[in-house]
Design a binder for this molecule. Sequence first.
Ligand SMILES: [Zn+2]
Ligand SMILES: [Zn+2]
Length: 256
Amino acid sequence: MKLHCLGTAGYHPNDTRQTTSFFISEANLLLDAGTGVFRLDKLIRDPELSILLSHAHLDHVVGLTYFLDLLGTTPLQRIHVYGEERKLKAIQEHLFHEAIFPVLPPLVWHPIDSEPGPWQVGQTSVTWFPLQHPGGSVGYRLQLPGVSLAYVTDTTSRHDSSYWSKIQGVDWLIHECNFRDEQQELAEKTGHSCISAVLENAYRNGIQRLIVMHMNPLEKGPDPIGLAAATARLGEKTPPYILLATDSTAIDLSSL
Ligand SMILES: [Zn+2]
Ligand SMILES: [Zn+2]
C-alpha cells in the first residue's frame, strides 16, 4: 500500500515542491488536489478515481482543472470528488466558472455533510471530522486493507483540538506543518501549525508514525520547518518515526 507524495507545499509551489496532494495507489484514492495532480500521469491505472478534499482553498483544489490532460494520457474516465457541500458548490461556481476554466472534466460531486461515516470508497472505509481553519477544513480517517491512516490539514494543532479524539490508534498520521516554531503568530493568524506543537501533540496522543507536509514554500532547504532542532529539543517526547514528506517519493504504508 503506497502513499505517493505528489505535492507537499502549502500555498504555492516552489522549485522542489508542488502544493498539497497525496495518492494512495492501491486504493485509487487522492487526498486533496493541489498543483501536484499533474504527477498522476505516471500512476493512474484505473478508469475511476476518488478524491477526498479537505477544503476548497486554491492550494488544495486547483489541480481539479488539470484532469483534462490526464483523461487523454491515462485510462481515467470519471472522477468522484468528496467534500463539504458548501466547498463543492464554491468550486463548481468559481473554479469551473466559464470565465476561469471553461471545460468541465467528468467530475461527480459527493457532499459528505450528512454522513460523518464510516462510508466506503471502494475497499476504503472513510470517516471525516471538522478542523479549525479560516473558512473551515475537514480531516479524514481511512481504514485501508491492513492499515489505517489519518489526514489532517489545514489547522492549528493544539493539545485540546477536537480532532485528536477522532484519530486515536491510527497506524499513520499525515499532518500539516507550515511553519517553524518562531512563526507561531503567523501560524495562528493563517490557521496553520508549527512543528513542536505537531510533534508534542502527536506524541501525547500515541501516534507512532508521523508524516509532516504542507510546508512553507518560501523555505527552500531540506528542513523547511526546523524539524531537526525541534526533535533535538523534545528528546524522546516525539513520535518514534517522523518523516518530512518530499515530492515525488512514495511511502510504503504496509511497513508497520
Ligand atoms: Zn493549504
Ligand atoms: Zn487552507
